[in-house]
Each structure stands twice: as C-alpha cells, then as structure tokens.
Design a protein around this ligand. Structure first.
Ligand code: PEP
Length: 260
C-alpha cells in the first residue's frame, strides 16, 4: 500500500555554498535557535562550509535541525588532497550531506558514477544524503528533461536498496533556475517531481517511492515558497541565496505548512 502524501513531513534545507565565516555561521545558528519554536512542523537542515560545520552543528543538531556537508568523497581514506570523507563529516557533527549539486557537477566534474558510490558511502557513515538532480536550459529546450532526470536518479541511486531509500532525499534543481532569480512555475516543478517519483517507483517500488521527499530548488524566496510547497509532489525546498539570511530562511520554512 502507498504511503499517504500527507505522511511526508516537508523538509527545507539551506545551502550556504562558499559563504560565512565561523562567527557569522554561529550568529545565524543562534538566531535560528531563537525562532525554532515557530518552525516545529517542518524538518530543517543547513549545509554550511566545512569550516563552520561543528560551529553550526553544536547549536542546531540538539534542536533537531540537520547539518549537512556540501559534498564528500566516497572513499574511506586516501590520497585525495582537498577532499573529506563521509566519516569526517559525521565526526565534525554533520547529520547528512548534499550530493550531486549542479555546481559540483558542472564546475568540479562530479559524475553520476561517482554519485553511485557516494550515496551508499554516506548512508554507511550514518549520514542522510540529499541527491540533487536537474536539467540544464539546453536540455529542457531539447525536450530532454525527463530522460536527463531519469538517468541522474537511476545512476545516482544505483548503489542502494529499496530499504535504504527512506533515508535519502532527492532535490529537483533545474540548473537554469539556480541563482538566476528564475523560478520554475509550480506546475512545471510539480510535473518534474511527479516524473522523479514515477522513476523512483519503477526502480524501488511504489511504497518506497511514495515515502521519499523530493525538494524543489532554484530561486526559492519567501514570496514564492508557499505556492511551490503546495504542490502534491513538492516536499519542501533546497534553498541557496535566500538561506543566508535567517529571516528569509525562517519565512521559507514557515511556508512549508503541514499537509492536511
Ligand atoms: C542551490 O544552490 O541549491 C539553489 C537552489 O540556489 P538558489 O536558491 O540561490 O537558486
């Protein structure tokens, strides 16, 4: 039997990218702590730079807010200058990790094959991964959105079993909407999310697919979050620019009302 849609608690995660020094990160965490009672019906996470992970985790993890690495290597150790392992993230206080963000794919050559190893490595280290997928503008214009999403989901999750899917979140982030101010319409985003869920059902079965949260990412702001989160297959958001200011992040999180 399928999981009812309202069983999926909405999940809003902030991706700080390469922003904030430790004092700034700590100030954000303290400010979010002060407002946490307003936000108890949504799951929250922050992905700070590596250097601020422990600073942020010390404040937010005891409140039940996830703290995520922005990437990690699949190997348990090795000569990979500049990389960190999943276990290192966990040791620094992280509860999860972003994997396959389009900036990692486009600027740093991250491949679906690497992600197929990273997702199970994250789970093995006790981290909950968010696997990011999304088409470029050229792919959308060429009518390749669905095949692109299918390939990224199937390859990225090739290393896990259906029972592990419950600990994975997928983020649909159309590349043309990231950091551009261009947001997918709620209808367009819903169609992509429904397609991703259908792909997951084909790979892992309907029950597992219905339980997975699929976040939308791409220029989500306080004034467009509610209409995106109202779509039946949009289970929250992955927020870039607007997650840097606690007021904006909290307003977006507050727009993730529980489903009735
Ligand atoms: C992102 O980088 O994941 C993102 C969605 O960025 P923005 O919200 O700034 O478009």
């Amino acid at each position: 039997m399928s999981e009812p849609v309202d069983a999926r608690t909405l999940y809003v995660a902030g991706n700080w990218k390469m922003h904030k020094l430790r004092a700034e990160a700590r100030a954000f965490a303290d400010a979010l702590e002060a407002r946490i009672d307003e936000l108890d019906e949504v799951d929250l996470a922050i992905a700070p730079p590596f250097t601020c992970l422990t600073e942020v985790a010390d404040v937010l993890v005891p409140l039940g807010v996830g703290v995520l690495g922005q990437t990690a290597h699949a190997a348990p150790a090795g000569a990979f200058t500049g990389e960190v392992t999943m276990a290192m993230l966990a040791d620094a206080g992280a509860t999860g990790v972003l994997l396959g963000h389009s900036e990692r794919r486009q600027l740093f050559g991250e491949t679906d094959d690497a992600l197929a190893e990273k997702v199970p490595a994250a789970l093995a280290a006790g981290l909950e991964p968010i696997l990011c997928v999304g088409e470029t503008e050229a792919e959308r214009e060429a009518g390749e959105t669905e095949t692109r999403l299918e390939r990224q989901v199937a390859r990225g999750l090739a290393g896990i079993a259906a029972a592990q899917l419950a600990d994975v979140t997928v983020a649909y982030e159309p590349v043309w909407a990231i950091g551009t101010g261009r947001t997918a319409t709620p209808e367009l985003a819903q169609a992509a999310h429904a397609h991703i869920r259908a792909v997951l059902a084909g790979l892992f079965g309907d029950e597992a697919a219905q339980a997975v949260r699929i976040q939308y990412g791409g220029s989500v702001k306080p004034d467009n979050a509610a209409e995106l989160f109202a779509q039946p297959d949009i289970d929250g958001g992955l927020i870039g620019g607007a997650s840097l200011a606690v007021d904006d992040f909290a307003a977006i999180a507050a727009a993730a009302a529980p489903r009735s």
